[in-house]
Each structure stands twice: as C-alpha cells, then as structure tokens.
Design a protein around this ligand. Structure first.
Ligand code: OOB
Length: 546
C-alpha cells in the first residue's frame, strides 16, 4: 500500500514518545499496525465498496463514495497549501463533512485539533494559539450560533492562521465545497507520528492538547470494536459531539467504520430525534452520558417499541449511578456497557458477557492486556488490594506527555511514564475499576469537564471581584454542577449573578462552564498552609440553597 517510511524521523518536540524498546514490542506484537488513519477510507472501500458507511440528515455515503471524496478533498487541501505536520482546528457539528475533513487531513499528515461545537472564542482562541494552527475549519451557523463571527474576531489575534474554511455561506472566507478537486497520488504518512490532538478536560488555566499518534489511536479503535463485537451488521448512532474521544473511538464512529458497519449521525440525543432514527436505521449500538441515559429511561416507559433493534447501550464520561444502571436491561431491553475513559488514552469497558452485577456496579476493566493500572496513595505507594487510591496508568495508547507543556507534564506524569488520571478508584478482585471520586480540580457536569482554574481566572477579570473559587456541587440529574464562591472587592457594589454569567460569556467561555450557582462570602476559607480550602467549600456547596 505505502512505501516504507522512516519511523525515526519524528519531531520529538511534538510529543513524548514511548521508550523505543516498548514501541518495538507494540509493533512486533501487531498492536501498532503501521496503518495511517488517512489510509482507512481506501482500505475499507476495497473491502466493501457498496456498503453504507455514513448517514446524516442530508446524505448517505457508501465506503466507495467516502474514499473518493476524501481523496478529492485531500488534493484540494494540498493545493490550498496545507502540509504534513500542520495543525488545523476543526469545529464541526455531527455531519458527514467532519469525517471527510479529518480523513483528508490525515491523508496528508495534517493534524486536526478536535474542537467541539460548544466551544467559544476563549477555547478556540487557546487552541489556535497553542497549536499555532495554520487553518480553522468550521460551519457558517449551527444551533443559532454564527461561527464566522467567532473566527473573525480571532483572525487578527492568531498570527499563524492562513486559511479559514467554512461549510455553507463562506462570506469572506474559503468555501469548503470548492476545495474538492481531481484526486492524485499523495506521499505516505508516518504512522508513528502525531495524527491529531484531543483536548484535555483540564485542571489548569489553559486547556491542554493531547497528541495521539496514528498507531496508538487506531489500536484503541480496533481493540474497542473487538470488545464490543462490532461487525458489518453493526449500526452505530452518534448523538454525542462526534469529535470527543468517546463517540469517536470507543468504539464509536471510527470503530464502526473499521468493522464495516454503518454510522448514523444525529445532532441531538433527545428521544424525539434519536428514537425514530433507531427504528428507521435499525441502530444496534449507541453511546450516552449519564444524564442522557436517564432521559432515555424515562422516555422508554412509553416508547420502548422504537428501541427494538438496540443491542448495546454504552454509558460513560461520568459516573452512572448503580440504581439507573440496574434499570437499563429490564426497561430498554438491551445490554448496558459502562465505559470509563479519557482523551489521554486509557479505556475501561465492562464486557458484554460480564455478570450483570459487575456491569451495574463497576466502570469496566482496561481495554488492553498491555494497559497497566496502579492504585496508589499520595506518596505513589500502592494501596492494599481493594482500597481506594489515585489511579495511575500507562500503556500502548496512553500518552506520555501533553503538547508543549513541560511543567505540567512533570506533575501529570510519574518519572516512569505513568499518567496521573486525577481519578480516585478501587479495583475489584476481577480487575474491574470502581470510580470513587476525583483528586483533580475539575467539575464533571454530566460528562462535560470544567477546569476550575480556567473559570476562576475568567471570573477574576471582573472588576468587582476580589477572589473566586469554583467547586462541584452534587446534582441528581447531572451528577455535579458548578458552584462559584465569590468575594467582592471592598467598596464595590456586589454584581448580580446574571452580571457574572454575562461577564464570563463576554470572556468567550463555553456556556457549559458558566457557574450554576454563585455564593458570596466575606472571604474564602483557608487550609493550614493558606491555600483556598476547596474541601470546605465543597461541603458548603453540598448544602441546599439557604
Ligand atoms: C471521557 O474523556 P474525557 O477526557 O472527557 O474525561 C475523562 C475523565 C476521567 O478522568 C474521569 O474523571 C471521567 O472523565 N470519567 C468518568 C467515567 N468516564 C469518564 N468518571 C466516572 N465514571 C465513568 N464511567 O470522558 C471519555 C473518553 C473516552 C471514553 C469514555 C469517556
């Protein structure tokens, strides 16, 4: 297929490689196959050209059509000026174009940064800056939001940006449809090199980019497809934002394509949209975050007949309560699979034939026999078997470092390459993981991750604020919501909560990061060493509104 490429010719500033002996082992054992992601459409089209690969609201494409369109767009990207190693921020809703774009970029060795439609100028600006992106690919409007305005404001602030490509009405930007030209041969891409950047849920002021290689990403996709028994008859419904690692790789859309199945894209997970699609397309598998799964359980009371074809419901991204998990099989008539994963790598799945008790009480076990999982105390010493501790991991698809973040990397990884997940967990005798909480300063709002520091920094730009701390408060529907504790500057009028939210929006923060509740205090509680006492604040936040 491809001429051999020099595996050593990788720019090591771009990511922290696995130790060479381990990389050799992964290659020899066939874990890393040496297939670049951009070659998948051609490879799959050779296997089953006429089968339907992708379906969205407007279009149905066979594998042959996908391969052809990807080749034509790749030629267009090349003619435009995109080159291997370039980085491109991609922000597209659940439509086929996302796959055409990503595969075409991968075909050239160009690396997409996987932004979500919910991101606003603060996030997109940070991704563009950090990645020194040469291009942004977005849509004209979606869900009442005009992405051209977002990028228009960022163009003058982003020196590296040369191309803005827009689906739909392009205005002064480059029209996406016009980029498709006659396909031609393209040089091979190094499969050991970075393919894309996923986004970290974050704990710090700026979101971190997660470099994933072709080899490691495809391994996680292939192994996930196998764990979920995907085959040509699988029909995967994607309702979560498709650039997120869960619906993209676990096994998600890419896993379904790998297995030769059919991917159905929807732009909403509401039962009114998703249930008729399940019935029409004969959907066999889908993935939800816990709050959405709760909505489906309620809707299924009267609409179960529409779910007839559904075999597997995956739930992950945040902890699914045991009580809700127990309802899935009897009320939806399908198998539940809990999945505990992270964009940095490690994926844990309950297996389809696990005893029901393990499926409803654990978050699964590691995908790969090569995954290493440790539960340690705060001194990195192993805890006694079955005890709760900090979860560390390393393996063939877990990163060894974030993109250009040496100081953060020194904290986020152990000297021997384990990633500190920031999750607190315990192991069952069967090796399944039960997530018991978190040590990282992050709020998990129904699967959407909020880095406390990022929001605190944005809050502190308000002229009336002296201090701010963001903590999680328990919520029956989302699991957690964000509560901001605020201290007003002396002598200033205390702003209204609406004014605070407006200020954060003006800072360009995505809506899901805005605090659900603001509490004003004369000062923030401190720990013995003088740090803000977030535990005390979390306890305060857990009390009902006074
Ligand atoms: C997935 O990825 P991220 O990067 O958005 O978030 C990762 C974090 C984990 O470290 C953990 O704190 C939390 O999300 N999490 C869960 C969980 N699944 C994820 N916490 C409790 N129970 C679960 N089942 O969220 C993600 C990536 C790939 C597949 C699935 C989820």
């Amino acid at each position: 297929m491809n001429a051999p490429v020099n595996l050593k010719a990788i720019n090591k500033d771009e990511f922290t490689p696995w130790p060479e002996s381990l990389a050799a082992h992964y290659r020899n054992a066939g874990i890393w196959t040496g297939i670049a992601l951009g070659n998948l459409p051609q490879l799959l089209a050779e296997r089953h050209p006429e089968r339907t690969a992708l379906v969205d609201a407007n279009t149905r494409w066979t594998y042959a059509e996908l391969a052809q369109q990807v080749d034509r767009l790749a030629a267009g990207f090349l003619q435009l000026g995109l080159r291997a190693g370039d980085r491109v921020v991609v922000q597209l809703p659940n439509q086929i174009a996302f796959f055409t774009v990503c595969f075409a970029l991968w075909r050239l060795g160009v690396r997409p940064v996987m932004a979500l439609p919910a991101h606003r100028s603060a996030e997109i600006g940070a991704f563009l800056q950090q990645s020194e992106a040469v291009a942004y690919i977005g849509i004209d409007q979606y869900n009442g939001f005009d992405y051209r305005n977002l990028i228009r404001d960022l163009v003058p602030k982003t020196k590296s940006l040369r191309y803005v490509i827009v689906l739909g009405e392009e205005q002064e930007f480059i029209n996406y449809d016009n980029l498709f030209i006659e396909a031609h041969d393209l040089p091979p891409v190094n499969p050991a090199d970075v393919a894309l950047y996923q986004l970290s849920g974050g704990t710090t002021g700026t979101p971190k980019l997660i470099p994933r290689t072709h080899d490691d990403y495809l391994y996680s996709v292939r192994a996930s497809a196998a764990v979920c028994h995907l085959d040509q008859n699988s029909v995967y419904l994607c309702v979560l934002p498709q650039a997120h690692n869960f619906p993209l790789t676990s096994p998600g859309t890419l896993g379904t394509l790998w297995a030769g199945g059919r991917v159905v894209l929807a732009d909403s997970g509401s039962p009114d949209v998703a249930f008729p699609l399940i019935a029409q397309e004969g959907v066999t598998i889908t993935a939800l975050v816990p709050p959405l799964a709760m909505v489906w359980l309620e809707a299924a009371r009267t609409r179960r007949a529409e779910l007839e074809s559904l075999r597997l419901l995956q739930v992950g991204g945040a902890k699914f309560s045991e009580a809700a998990a127990r309802r899935v099989r009897p009320e939806l008539g399908c198998t539940l699979q809990q999945i505990f994963g992270m964009a940095e790598g490690l994926l844990n799945y309950t297996r389809l034939n696990d005893p029901e008790e393990l499926i409803v009480t654990t978050q699964g076990r590691p995908l790969s026999p090569e995954d290493e999982v440790l539960i340690v105390d705060d001194e990195d010493q192993p805890v006694a078997a079955g005890e709760v501790g900090n979860l560390l991991t390393r393996g063939p698809y877990t990163i060894r470092g974030y993109f250009r973040a040496p100081e953060h990397n020194a904290r986020a990884f152990t000297p021997d390459g384990f990633y500190r997940t920031g999750d607190r967990a315990r192991l069952t005798p069967s090796g399944h993981i039960v997530v018991e909480g978190r040590s990282k300063e992050q709020i998990n709002r129904g699967g959407e991750k909020i880095a406390a520091e990022e929001v605190e920094n944005a809050l502190l730009t308000h002229p009336a604020l002296h201090n701010a701390a963001l903590v999680a408060m328990p919520d029956p529907y989302l699991g957690e919501r964000a509560c901001a504790f605020l201290v007003a500057r002396e002598g200033t009028a205390v702003p209204t909560n609406i004014a605070i939210r407006k200020h954060l929006r003006e800072q360009g923060l995505a809506d899901y990061k805005l605090p659900d509740r603001c509490v004003w205090l004369p000062e923030l509680p401190r720990t013995g060493v003088g740090k803000v006492d977030k535990q005390a604040l979390a306890q305060l936040a857990a009390k009902p509104n006074q």
